[in-house]
Design a protein around this ligand. Sequence first.
Ligand code: HEC
Ligand code: HEC
Length: 223
Amino acid sequence: MTLSQGKAIFIWGTAISAVIFLVLTYDSLVQMPKRTQEAKLDAHVAAGKWTWQKHNCNDCHTILGIGGYYAPDVTKVMSSRDNAWVTRFLKDPEKVWPNPRKMPNIHLQDQEVADLVAFLTWVNGIDTNGWPPKPMVATAVTSLSSGEEVYKAQGCSACHTIAGVGGKVGPDLSKVGGKRDKVWIKTQIKDPKSHNPQSIMPSFPKLSSKDIDSLANYLAGLR
Ligand code: HEC
Ligand code: HEC
């Protein structure tokens, strides 16, 4: 390669990369108002953001990739919970959800709670390209042989842990058989609200009675 060829590659390479960079930047900026729903960003939402900062919710929670990993990512929390639930929860977390892993009562004012709900609702509407990723759980399994397979296929592990693997939303099930019998577990799977009217565990109306039976058998055997 001669010196002038080298120079040409350098100059054109830099120029073309710069053009691509500028076009992509422009494209992102054009999409921004729609993706962030700028139009809905009102004073209420802004006040919620200040409240979020004032109480350092970020110490424990993540929003849009920023924050701690101690507590659930709340970027999309308003997709799974309604305003009334979050309002009640923020006023007194322990009363709503007596879990071993607790969120402290921050003693928020009513206005602060309302602002936070507005903020979380706005954040929830941001087009984040699917962030945060959902746990990968298989669905649509047709023939199942064991309770363990039903457990995997239904995504129970998104919320429950067995032998150290799984989520922390619901109780650890590693030894659930020592505490609950098969009949109780069957009722829990068919209708979680019958044991706890406030339960956030979904029911599984599409599970066949055979699958529920083998699932309950499997769990009742965990001791
Ligand atoms: C000391 C850590 C900590 C701080 C600070 C904290 N939280 Fe939490 N938060 C938690 C934990 C832990 C949970 C999960 C509760 C559970 O599993 O029972 C939680 C749960 C939540 C939930 C429900 C999430 C879900 O998926 O159901 C919301 C909403 C929430 N927090 C909002 C907030 C807001 C808003 C603030 C700031 C005002 C805040 N948190 C401050 C620890 C914290
Ligand atoms: C969205 C989260 C979530 C999913 C998914 C879920 N659970 Fe739960 N589960 C919970 C919570 C929370 C509790 C705590 C009690 C309550 O609120 O009902 C619970 C309680 C239980 C209990 C009672 C445990 C105890 O120690 O008392 C059993 C058994 C159970 N779940 C089994 C299952 C099975 C089997 C599946 C899958 C078919 C499943 N759960 C899916 C959240 C979930």
